[in-house]
Design a protein around this ligand. Structure first.
Ligand code: PMP
Length: 427
């Protein structure tokens, strides 16, 4: 960072104030709040809406129009995703339209039923807590709040959650029943877990005999570069460590085909699969097999999924490149911010000076640029350093995105230099 003398600080602050006033005058209306695919990405799945045509028979002979058959979902679709999700096909369930719903149901069934290895229902425990790597996904935290599950933040490192902290907390406290993990291209930091992190998660002693890793592999095939980042096989690692029932794997095609109208997956040990399907068989007669058939016909197989994701990458890559380029041009060398350069996923995490994130988001909103609320990346909406902002570049078109990131950079400069100037006055 270039040294900021009091004179140059006041020049920079004046300049940032002028730029901000000009930004507000433009009367923008831009939205970077949620990680939604753009309409052009959804167009890639246009053929899905014409399928299954007059086909209605699955590879195992199931008539998809009717009740019964394929209780774990269509075999050909499970086959297409088993490798990508690193789950043996016989342990992979193709379910409804939402993986978040599966996570919700797993919590409900653990509360009201008894997990393999559990002494009692979670509802009968005095206290339940989950470890929450931060920054993390706000909807995971919302599920914990919904069910009164205490959240214990654990910092993320470049290799995944701080494992010394995770091991210490899991071993010490039998109320710690689980951990949220987005192991590849994590939401929002873009971090992918290192092999040693996966091994330690699988092998660590846990005080709770029914401890579960909620392995939300939402971005398993969502590469942004030619490098297809791989992560260690968590189910195999758990089995090898003598903890075969420790992990629930989740995934979905929400950001592959149609968001909210795709197919969700659950994978785990045979005991956990029997546990969940036993309960879900009470909840529903079966999944939407017509939608599963349409997906199987459209995506075909594992290579078909890979080829489809390459088309998404062509649309997404220029947007992520633009974010990185503009942040570097506007904020590089200022010392006011750092940001992630993810190799996949849907987000960029922007870290501003401590105590500035909320104010940056507020100033951006006043200039017509809607961002995810500051704090959303932390349990209870509380980012103790008030420094992390989640950027979701996928939805707007490139020109709008560029305007939004230029505007955001102006807000970061304004708030950052105001903070430094206030510090100077106080000092
Ligand atoms: N997990 C993560 C980490 C996500 O970012 C999202 C949003 N795409 C989801 C789960 C929700 O996925 P679904 O549509 O399958 O419920």
């Amino acid at each position: 960072m270039t040294a900021v003398t009091p004179e140059s600080l006041s020049t920079r602050l004046d300049e940032a104030r002028r730029d901000y006033a000009a930004l507000v005058d433009r009367g923008l209306s831009l939205n970077l709040t949620r990680g939604k695919p753009s309409a052009r990405q959804l167009d890639l799945a246009a053929d899905l809406l014409r399928l299954p045509g007059d086909r209605h028979t699955a590879s195992d002979g199931t008539d998809c129009r009717n009740y019964q058959g394929a209780p774990l979902g269509l075999p050909e679709l499970r086959e297409a995703f088993a490798g990508h999700l690193q789950v043996p096909v016989e342990q992979l369930v193709a379910a409804g339209n939402s993986s978040l719903e599966l996570m919700h149901d797993c919590l409900v069934h653990a509360l009201l039923g008894t997990l393999p290895g559990a002494a009692r229902r979670w509802a009968d425990e005095e206290r339940i807590a989950f470890l929450c790597p931060v920054p993390g996904y706000d909807r995971h935290f919302a599920l914990c709040e919904r069910f009164g599950i205490e959240m214990i933040p654990v910092p993320m490192t470049a290799e995944g959650p701080d494992m010394d902290e995770v091991e210490r907390l899991a071993a010490a406290d039998p109320a710690v029943k689980g951990i949220w993990c987005v192991p590849k291209y994590s939401n929002p930091s873009g971090v992918s877990y290192g092999d040693e992190t996966v091994r330690r998660l699988a092998a660590m002693p846990a005080a709770a005999p029914d401890f579960r890793i909620f392995w939300d592999n939402a971005y398993a095939v969502h590469h942004l570069t030619e490098e297809e980042v791989g992560i260690a096989d968590v189910l195999a690692a758990c089995a090898a460590a003598g903890n075969p029932d420790r992990t629930f794997v989740f995934g979905s095609t929400s950001k592959i085909t149609l968001a909210g109208a795709g197919v969700a997956f659950f994978g785990s040990s045979p005991a956990n699969v029997a546990w969940l399907t036993g309960y879900s068989g009470k909840r529903s007669i079966g999944p939407d097999k017509v939608n599963q058939l349409r997906h199987a016909l459209f995506l075909r197989d594992a290579d078909g999924v890979r080829a489809h994701m390459a088309r998404h990458r062509e649309l997404l890559r220029p947007k992520f490149d633009a974010v990185h380029r503009i942040l570097t041009e506007r904020l590089g060398g200022t010392g006011l911010a750092t940001w992630s350069a993810p190799k996949g996923g849907y987000f960029v995490a922007l870290d501003v000076l401590d105590g500035c994130a909320r104010e940056v988001v507020r100033r951006a909103a006043d200039a017509g640029i809607a961002l995810t609320p500051a704090g959303a990346t932390h349990p209870y909406g509380d980012d103790p350093r008030d420094s992390t902002i989640r950027i979701a570049p996928s939805f707007p078109d490139l020109a709008e995105l560029e305007q939004a990131i230029e505007g955001l950079a102006t807000c970061v400069r304004l708030v950052g230099y105001e903070k430094l100037a206030a510090g100077e006055r106080a000092g």
